[in-house]
Design a protein around this ligand. Structure first.
Ligand SMILES: NC(=O)c1ccc[n+]([C@@H]2O[C@H](COP(=O)([O-])OP(=O)(O)OC[C@H]3O[C@@H](n4cnc5c(N)ncnc54)[C@H](O)[C@@H]3O)[C@@H](O)[C@H]2O)c1
Length: 342
């Protein structure tokens, strides 16, 4: 990113470039932010596999201290090697800062090839509890069994469902669907549903329903236009938001925000895509759209809207679209097109 004079009063953002395609899409996003006239200063901090050679820790103290100070981070994807011994840095960050909301908007982008035309769904995923609480162990000799414990609390359920209804009210949304599996997981999911229904009573202006997660998967594929705001627990939210990303053209166009009282971390829904890392062909749109959510969060709505419009225009043109969307452009060519629209 070329330096430009930015007033000291511009908000300071912790920047994690990330693993795999992270550095490529982060650099593209920084160029676009500058082109959109965003007023930001960045403090780059290490995390993930990229932090291991220098810090011997995938989530170094210096990174936590930076986010503690800035309260806002833009984060490229971080790899989590499979198997034991390496806890997900994404999960650790969400738990450390109690970022209990994972907000994932997915809206059909005019001109971008996808199977559906009228998708406009916001997934509000609980981000700190459930089976991702990190309580797992082997049982019996020789690793003959293993168990993971899903924790659902009244407090955690209440605040996430309340956030979903408040979001719906603030953004003129009509309906909130509570997704669960309370027919089988009668206590944990039963508690989430019970609290969800209690909270819903406080919002008579917003329609609400509840849908069992397996039925929700089928309905999302058959009639995605019937969904508006979805609120659900951590595991279902993780899976459903990727499904919903697929309804609008894939992971390359799906942004997300992790929000709490203490900090906000903006990221793409997708991972570090090791299969295409270093090739210069990744689509930076998801991270750039996450950056536009960050601008909204910081009260820079004008720059946010400029960035979104330029991204959508570049994506709608087959000549400047990236390969994941059926185009031929590489990351640099796509970024150049976005900058030309800015
Ligand atoms: N929030 C995060 O940081 C996050 C989220 C999911 C996965 N991960 C991690 O990422 C690593 C890889 O996971 P995965 O392969 O299951 O999922 P992934 O999202 O990285 O990739 C899935 C597929 O989508 C493609 N893809 C993803 N982003 C793209 C983009 N911007 N442009 C073009 N194509 C793109 C990839 O090439 C791959 O074929 C794992 O270590 C996983 O733990 C991190």
């Amino acid at each position: 990113m070329t330096e430009q004079p930015i007033a000291d009063s511009a908000p300071l953002i912790s920047l994690i470039r990330g693993d795999g395609i992270g550095p490529e899409i982060s650099d593209a996003t920084l160029e676009m932010l500058q082109g959109a006239g965003a007023r930001l200063r960045f403090e780059e901090v290490p995390a993930g596999v990229a932090a291991l050679p220098t810090h011997h820790d995938p989530l170094p103290e210096v990174t936590l201290a930076s986010i503690e100070k800035t309260k806002v981070a833009l984060k490229g994807p971080l790899s989590t090697p499979k198997g034991t011994g390496f806890r997900s840095v994404n999960v650790a960050l969400r738990q450390h800062f109690d970022l209990y909301v994972n907000l994932r908007p997915a809206k059909t982008i005019l001109g971008v090839p996808s199977r559906y035309e009228q998708v406009d769904i916001v997934t509000v995923r609980e981000n700190t509890e459930d089976i991702y609480a990190g309580i797992e162990h082997f049982v019996g000799p020789g690793r003959s069994a293993a168990e993971s414990i899903a924790v659902i609390t009244r407090h955690g359920s209440e605040r996430i469902v309340r956030y979903a209804f408040e979001y719906a009210r603030k953004h003129g949304r009509k309906k909130v669907s509570i997704i669960h599996k309370a027919n089988i997981l009668k206590m944990s999911n039963g508690l989430f549903l019970e609290v969800g229904k209690e909270v819903a009573k406080n919002y008579p202006d917003i329609e609400s329903d509840d849908v069992i997660v397996d039925a929700a998967c089928m309905k999302l594929v058959l009639y995605p236009e019937r969904f508006d705001v979805i609120v659900t627990m951590n595991l279902f939210g993780d899976i459903l938001s990727d499904l919903i990303a697929g309804l609008i053209g894939g992971l390359g166009v799906s942004p997300g925000a992790n929000l709490g009282e203490r900090a906000a971390i903006f990221e793409a829904v997708h991972g570090s895509a090791p299969d295409i890392a270093g090739q210069g062909i990744a689509n930076p749109s998801a991270l750039a759209l996450a950056a536009s959510m960050m601008l909204d969060h910081l009260g820079q709505g004008g720059a946010a809207e400029r960035l979104r419009r330029a991204l959508y225009t570049a994506m709608a043109d087959a000549r400047t679209r990236t390969r994941d969307l059926g185009g031929q452009a590489n990351t640099a060519e796509f970024t150049k097109a976005v900058l030309s629209y800015l």
